[in-house]
Ligand binder design. Structure first.
Ligand SMILES: Cc1cc2nc3c(=O)[nH]c(=O)nc-3n(C[C@H](O)[C@H](O)[C@H](O)COP(=O)(O)OP(=O)(O)OC[C@H]3O[C@@H](n4cnc5c(N)ncnc54)[C@H](O)[C@@H]3O)c2cc1C
Length: 265
C-alpha cells in the first residue's frame, strides 16, 4: 500500500527558554531557540511508522511561518519525511487560527492528492488546539482529535481517542485528519544520513500568490480573533510542607490552617 500523508507542523519557541518582557508582558522571541512543536513530533512519528510498514508511503510536511521555519522542515526530512513545504508570505503574518487554517487548507488543496493528514493536538505557544479541526472542516473530511493509538486495515483506520476519564475506540475511513497527543508514540531522532540528505532538499515556499488565496481570508486584518490583554501570571509563593509523625496529626494541622485562612468554614 502506498499512502500519501501530510503532516502539519509548527515551529514554536522552546518554552523552557521563554522570557517575558516585563514592560510589555509579551513573549520575548528574539534570540529564543525554536523547536518542533511536541505534539507535531508525535504526528510526524506516526506518519513515519506507517512509512516503515508501507515504504512506498510519501510524507509531505507543511509549516506556515516565517522563513526560519524552514529549519523545522529540514528536521522533519532528517527524521524521514519525503518533502517539506514552507507556507510563508508577509500577507499571512498575524493570522489567527481561522486564517492559519485557511492558508493550510489552500496548501493541502494545492498538493491535491492525500489519504491522511496528521496534526498535533495543540501548539505549545498558541495553545488553542483549533487549527487541526478547522483544517478538517475546511477540507470537508472526517477528523478525530486526541489520538493516542492508531492502526490501519486497508483504508479503515482504528484510533483510540483519549478522554479525561477514559477513551473512545473509533473507526474512520481515509481520507481523514487526526490530531496526535504525546501518548501516541515516542518520536525518533533525526538520523545522520537523513540530515545530510535533508539539507540538500529544495524546499518550495508558497505564498498567497502560489496558494491562489483570497487575501480577505488570511493575515492580521482578516483574523476575527482579537487579543485584548495578555499577562504573566504572578509567581506562586513557596509551598509549605506540613511534617508530622502521623497522617492524623498532619490532617489536623492542615484542617487548622485551612480554617484559619477561611478556605473552609
Ligand atoms: C490577532 C492574532 C495575531 C497573531 N499573529 C501571529 C503571528 O504573527 N505569528 C504566530 O506564530 N502566531 C500568531 N498568532 C497566533 C496564531 O493564531 C496561532 O499561533 C496559530 O494560528 C496557530 O494556533 P495555535 O498556535 O493555537 O495552534 P493549535 O491550534 O494549538 O495547533 C494545533 C496543531 O495545528 C497545526 N498547526 C498550528 N499552526 C500551524 C502552522 N502555523 N503551520 C503548520 N501547522 C500548524 C500543528 O499540527 C499544531 O500542533 C496570532 C493570533 C492572533 C489572534
Amino acid at each position: 500500500m502506498a499512502l500519501k500523508i501530510i503532516v502539519c507542523a509548527k515551529q514554536v519557541p522552546d518554552t523552557n527558554e521563554v522570557k517575558i518582557d516585563p514592560v510589555k508582558n509579551t513573549l520575548i522571541r528574539e534570540g529564543v531557540p525554536s523547536i518542533l512543536n511536541h505534539d507535531d513530533a508525535n504526528a510526524m512519528e506516526e506518519a513515519l511508522t506507517i512509512k516503515d510498514m508501507y515504504p512506498d508511503t510519501h510524507i509531505t510536511v507543511i509549516t506556515m511561518g516565517p522563513p526560519q521555519a524552514k529549519d523545522l522542515l529540514i528536521e522533519c526530512m532528517a527524521m524521514g519525511a519525503d518533502e517539506g513545504i514552507l507556507v510563508s508570505d508577509r500577507a499571512l503574518g498575524g493570522s489567527d487560527t481561522w486564517a492559519t487554517s485557511n492558508a493550510l487548507a489552500a496548501a493541502v488543496r494545492k498538493i491535491g492528492d492525500y489519504d491522511l493528514i496528521f496534526a498535533g493536538r495543540q501548539a505549545i505557544d498558541g495553545d488553542t488546539a483549533q487549527v487541526g479541526p478547522q483544517l478538517a472542516e475546511k477540507l470537508d473530511i472526517p477528523q478525530v482529535t486526541y489520538v493516542s493509538e492508531f492502526s490501519l486495515n486497508g483504508r479503515e483506520v482504528t484510533v483510540k481517542r483519549a478522554l479525561e476519564d477514559g477513551y473512545e475506540l473509533i473507526k474512520i475511513q481515509l481520507p481523514c485528519m487526526l490530531t496526535a497527543i504525546k501518548e501516541l508514540n515516542t518520536p525518533r531522532y533525526m538520523s545522520i544520513g537523513g540530515i545530510f540528505d535533508a539539507v540538500k532538499h529544495e524546499i518550495p515556499t508558497w505564498g498567497a500568490k502560489e496558494l491562489a488565496i483570497d487575501l480577505d481570508t488570511v493575515g492580521l486584518e482578516a483574523s476575527p480573533t482579537n487579543v485584548f490583554r495578555s499577562f504573566t501570571p504572578a509567581a506562586k509563593g513557596k509551598g509549605k510542607m506540613l511534617e508530622f509523625d502521623t497522617v492524623q496529626e498532619t490532617a489536623k494541622a492542615l484542617l487548622g490552617q485551612l480554617l484559619e485562612k477561611h478556605v473552609i468554614s
